[in-house]
Design a protein around this ligand. Sequence first.
Ligand code: AMP
Length: 492
Amino acid sequence: MHTDIIAKLKEMAATPGRIWLQGGTPATYGALLAETGRLANALGSLGLGTGDRLLLQVEKCEAVLTLYLACLRAGVVFLPVNPAYTIPETDHFLTDAAPALAVVEPGRVAGLAALGARSMALPELLERAATLSADYADPEHAPDQLAAILYTSGTTGRSKGVMLSRENLASNAEALVGLWRFVETDVLLHVLPVFHTHGLFVATNCILYSGASMIFRRAFSPSDVLAELPKASVMMGVPTFYTRLLGEAGLTREAAAHIRLFISGSAPLSPATHAEWQERTGHAILERYGMTETNMITSNPYDGARRAGTVGMPLPGVEVRVTGADGQALATGEAGAIEVRGPNVFKGYWRLPEKTAEEFRGDWFITGDMGAFDRDGYLSILGRAKDLVITGGLNVYPAEVEAALDDLPGIAASAVIGVPHPDFGEAVVACIVAAPGTEPTESAVRAALRERLAAFKIPKRVLVLAELPRNAMGKVQKAALRQAHSGLFQSN
Ligand code: AMP
């Protein structure tokens, strides 16, 4: 078993003056512990106890982290929801998770109450907590008790509640702190959203488990990041952060000199971005792979080569295998379904036992991603299984074609999809975004690809788009692209 998050918080708070949040008035771990005590008392005074769900839907602010820890102390299940969702979209989480309390922006209280939810404005909860004692008698919590429910982004179908235990979070935090060498003098530049596993668990728990501190920014902006980089030692980001920063003239070796580690994840980082970043800053971005259901699964090494286009090796304590259609483990180099098991793997989808059973093979969780290991043990992600293109009976892994496209001059971003085709079943279609000041043409792109890829992988069409549809984590929404271009090969 791993040290529980609250035990770690208390351990860190025992050192007077240890800083948790940098900034105008730095907040200490001691102050953090006290605030979580007040909030845990406030939750108790509102009748919330072990196993009750607390839905939190607010703009990014420090209180999200405090409330997450207060819920852990009280045994209340933390359920953060993207504040970008409309009130009708939020209804799904209310009916599905039946939270005992929804804490929201003041402007949303009435809207959620109209849907039958018990709701409260965040400032009101904070005011109530301010009147209560910081002393809190923590109940005992078992490691397999639910810590949080995070909903999948659900680009197709309804989003599912991912049940994460205290042990899931603790085991992953310990593995990452060791692997990424977090120490108490580290300062993390926190610019990720906090309703998603990346900014909420990976970022916060790495800091907590090492007693380090963070610079907590409420949004990502390239100029703000450049201003803060000299004060930080680690930055975590999604690939779009890195590509946007590359558009800033101020991104230089000097600007990044104070950073010891840049980490990327949640979506594929193109080898072209990796190379350009290294050239501009001298840093090889460390790419890692994970998902809401599994926390982090693999990471490129801290000391060894960080290979662009790969997500590295399984984390300590985490097992990964690649399987074929019959469920048998495949040999090195062969492409198949990525499966994972270990203390990081979630407890199942909330109130969906059948769906949960479908996605496990014994105790192996079928991630839904396709991939292959190379001879040195590095895993490459080839795309989601449902994004695999089968054209004329042959498999085309979108990631392979995207890598070839991203390598061509004049292409800033690409997404490869399968579109219904009368002869081939599906046809490979590339959606590309032109790099500033360039005008790539369909025929030139197809000609350039012919030198790199087998004929069946060459996109039948190359569409130049102004931008690719992405979600809040910068992930390309392929279902939306497929839908928009589904009629491309229909004869009228
Ligand atoms: P989420 O649950 O929203 O974090 O999404 C998890 C999914 O994001 C994974 O199943 C992968 O498809 C994708 N993903 C995460 N990290 C990476 C990465 N480094 N490279 C490619 N895909 C990634």
